[in-house]
Design a protein around this ligand. Structure first.
Ligand SMILES: [Zn+2]
Length: 286
């Protein structure tokens, strides 16, 4: 059971209690102080964690080890439970603050991938065309990276040679130019040259964690804009954030109790240059 060091009980039936909780909650910069954006936060500096003096002494030793990955899992659980709409980042010198973030969702921009080696590509695989004229015109468009105006293609020898009228050619060129936008010349993977495949679902969405956007900065929580339901949702979010801060503090204390920091000498392979005597007869004086 995690003690509530950061978490507070908030009366969700009272508008003033909820507004008071949100307006007086500790805040910190989302990015830099000059960025002037702030969000709900908690300070997790050692002297602010309510540790015993014995725990504090040990905590400073612990800071010299790579412990963060051992205790940060509640952040991933929180981000998942919020459907990726909110996450928590560290900020401040030596990460002394946990800050609630509203991450920006971004497309990776990849349009195809290689099933053989997994390499992603920002271009699509070009479609296959059955008609010979379409094939010829598609090749010219792809070879020129779709860079020319439709009329320019008409004067390409391979297109001039096609037995179609000027207007028919022009209409195919215009149609294929649109269809081949974002396509690479071939379907070959840039890494292993095996055939790529287009993504059938929109390209993977990525979270840009440090968007730096503030949350509820200077918010007055007017009754007009904030219904009781909206306030409750916000209070639930901030309370869930506080609970994560408590869980991380709990995990940190568990490390202090369960582990000792010991010094170990780590041997790493080092490359050095040495002199080696040549075999007899290996050196001919001039
Ligand atoms: Zn590949």
């Amino acid at each position: 059971m995690t003690n509530s060091f950061f978490a507070k009980k908030v009366d969700r039936r009272s508008r003033s209690a909820m507004v008071d909780f949100l307006r007086t909650h500790y805040r910190y910069d989302t990015l830099n102080s000059w960025n002037r954006s702030t969000s709900y936060a908690q300070c997790i500096k050692i002297h602010r964690l309510g540790l015993t003096s014995e725990q504090s002494d040990k905590a400073y030793d612990l800071l010299e080890t790579d412990f963060w990955d051992e205790i940060r899992w509640p952040i991933d659980e929180f981000t998942d439970s919020q459907g990726g709409c909110y996450t928590i980042g560290t900020n401040g010198r030596s990460g002394g603050y946990l800050v609630l973030h509203e991450p920006r969702r971004e497309l990776t921009g990849h349009l195809s991938y290689c099933p053989s080696c997994g390499q992603r590509n920002f271009k699509k695989v070009p479609p296959a065309f059955e008609e010979a004229a379409e094939q010829v015109i598609a090749q010219e468009i792809l070879k020129s990276r779709n860079a020319w105006q439709s009329g320019v293609y008409l004067s390409q020898p391979s297109i001039e040679a096609l037995l179609l009228s000027h207007d028919e050619k022009l209409s195919i060129i215009t149609r294929l130019k649109a269809q081949l936008a974002d396509c690479s010349l071939t379907d070959a993977c840039g890494a292993c040259w095996k055939p790529r495949r287009n993504y059938s679902v929109p390209p993977v969405v990525q979270l840009a964690v440090y968007a730096g956007k503030g949350i509820d900065q200077g918010e007055a929580f007017d009754a007009e804009e904030w219904s009781m339901e909206a306030l409750r949702e916000r209070v639930d979010l901030v309370c869930a954030f506080d609970a994560v801060c408590d869980q991380i503090r709990h995990n940190f204390i568990a490390l202090l109790v369960g582990y000792d920091v010991v010094e170990e000498t780590v041997h790493r392979p080092v490359k050095v240059k040495v002199l080696r005597e040549r075999a007899a007869g290996g050196f001919d004086a001039e």
